[in-house]
Design a protein around this ligand. Structure first.
Ligand code: NAI
Length: 475
């Protein structure tokens, strides 16, 4: 007889595995089905984030940043290094070890929380007495029955029409994490998060990187001032970005790729590169679910259609993360996973879409939460803005990392913080304070009156909040 569970989670990424753990914490019996294999064919739960996304890219960003620091910035500290060498094999092996630690960590957490882990592809078989029959095919071959199903199957990289990823010359975020040797020339289509982060990695390691972006504006979704500062800094580092590019034919040969494209002025161009990364967004991953067979409704863009509570159109079927509407961010998926597990357990899980932080792990880092200045203008909302440059922050000067600024946007009347935009050192960590204040619906005056340790980068956040009221102390 099929094993019966309260909850079956299909997909073990940051949405699915977190949902499974939270449901188990709440006393529910839980199975999590995930089909990711590592290079040895062993289970590798953690999804895109752990295997070919957030975690390995941050490992490469750190290694390549150290390399660049030694090569170009140590001398400013009076440290001279002779005979600097890059051991790319070791650098990549370190990244693989970190991924494996995360895969193993998730399996440990499953055991600790008594979540049954099934290594295989989960699909809907039928609605049955007691809930949904789920087929698992792969290394585990079985059928289980669950009262509730949480679909967390994530997303896949979007290919250019007629140009499938071969992961040798034409690379998705997957192949882009293991290019060996470092290419002399690297082309990237799409100046989004993946393009900028992986472009930074390979540039620091020695590649000449050219990014072609379709939109006329660089980082169109980002606050305009931040985008302008980022554009300036990246250009100085040697990252070439062409906006308003229209991609024509792409011709891979044996060991190179020619990209025919039209520039913003309408002139025909050819970009000849050793490798090409295509990072033009991602598409929801639903193909193996048998959605049609059970009548699970997808929206017009192929995402599983859900309401605000992540409920799909079928009884007791939920969907979270990249496979549903909203930003494709690991932490958004995890928050939805927790909220759904709590709803299944009869609690009142909640996700506040207005306080989901964004981070781009370039150098300088870019992080923000809430509304951009351009959005406030479009909405016709009266606001006050305060900025503070890292150049005027003692800790940033001591670090030798003074690029960028913090900008706080607050309602003109109530002073409620509406958005915080940071470009600079450790922006990814600094944004947490802004998220906390916004979650409590705090004012810029609240940040301004909180005691921040000196000397820290976080003082730049306080100073930007003071600047909203034109009373910054150090600028
Ligand atoms: P993205 O949506 O961030 O950027 C795609 C870029 O490609 C956009 O600027 C778009 O205008 C451009 N584009 C689209 N079609 C094009 C074409 N035909 N020619 C030229 N440019 C074109 O998507 P990306 O970078 O692929 O990342 C995928 C997802 O993964 C994103 O939703 C992102 O949020 C997530 N992610 C998040 C990270 C983070 O939080 N730090 C890191 C990496 C990925």
């Amino acid at each position: 007889m099929a094993k019966q569970f309260d909850v079956a989670v299909i997909g073990g990424g940051p949405g699915g595995y977190v949902a499974a753990i939270r449901a188990a914490q709440l006393g529910l019996s839980v199975a999590c089905v995930d089909d990711w294999n590592n290079a040895q064919g062993k289970p590798a739960p953690g999804g895109t984030c752990t295997n070919i996304g957030c975690i390995p890219s941050k490992a490469l960003l750190q290694s390549s940043e150290y390399y660049e620091q030694v090569k170009t910035h140590f001398v400013e500290h009076g440290i001279e290094v002779d005979g600097l060498k890059l051991d790319l094999g070791r650098l990549l092996a370190r990244k693989n070890t970190i991924v494996k630690q995360s895969n193993d960590g998730i399996q440990y957490l499953f055991r600790k929380n008594k979540v049954a882990f099934l290594h295989g592809t989960g699909s809907f078989a039928a609605q049955v007495d007691g809930g949904w029959a789920i087929n698992v095919s792969g290394q585990s071959q079985e059928q289980l029955v669950a009262r509730h199903v949480i679909v967390a199957t994530g997303s896949l990289p979007r290919a250019l029409p007629g140009l499938p990823f071969d992961e040798k010359l034409v690379l998705s975020n997957d192949g882009a994490l293991g290019i060996d040797p470092v290419p002399q020339t690297l082309g990237i289509i799409g100046a989004g998060v993946v393009g900028l982060e992986l472009g930074s990695v390979w540039r620091r390691l020695g590649a000449q990187v050219t990014i072609l972006e379709a939109m006329p504006d660089f980082l169109a979704a980002v606050d305009r001032e931040v985008a302008a500062e980022a554009g300036k800094r990246f250009a100085k580092q040697g990252l070439v970005v062409h906006t308003g590019a229209k991609i024509g034919e792409v011709r891979p040969s044996a060991d190179a790729v020619d990209v025919l494209w039209t520039d913003a002025a309408g002139a025909q161009q050819t970009l000849a590169v050793d490798r090409l990364i295509v990072s033009i967004g991602r598409v929801p991953n639903t193909a193996s679910l048998r959605a049609d067979a059970v009548g699970l409704r997808l929206d017009e863009r192929g995402f599983i259609a859900v309401n605000d509570d992540c409920q799909a159109n079928l009884t007791n079927v939920w969907a979270i993360g990249d496979v549903v509407r909203g930003p494709m961010l690991a932490h958004k998926a995890s928050e939805e996973g927790v909220a759904v597990a709590e709803r299944i357990a009869g609690q009142h899980g909640h996700v506040n879409f207005d306080t989901i932080p964004w981070v781009i792990y370039t150098s300088p880092e870019i992080a923000w939460v809430g509304r951009t200045e351009q959005r406030l203008k479009t909405e016709g909302r009266a606001y006050r803005a305060g900025s503070f440059p890292f150049m005027a922050n003692g800790r940033a000067r001591a670090l030798g990392d003074t690029a960028g600024f913090v900008k706080v946007l607050a309602d003109a009347k109530t002073d409620e913080v509406l958005g915080v935009h940071i470009i600079g050192p450790m922006a990814s960590e600094l944004v947490a304070e802004a998220v906390t204040v916004m979650e409590f619906r705090g004012a810029s005056e609240d940040i301004a009156r909180i005691c921040h340790a000196h000397p820290t980068l976080s003082e730049a956040v306080k100073e930007a909040a003071l600047a909203v009221d034109k009373r910054a102390l150090n600028f």
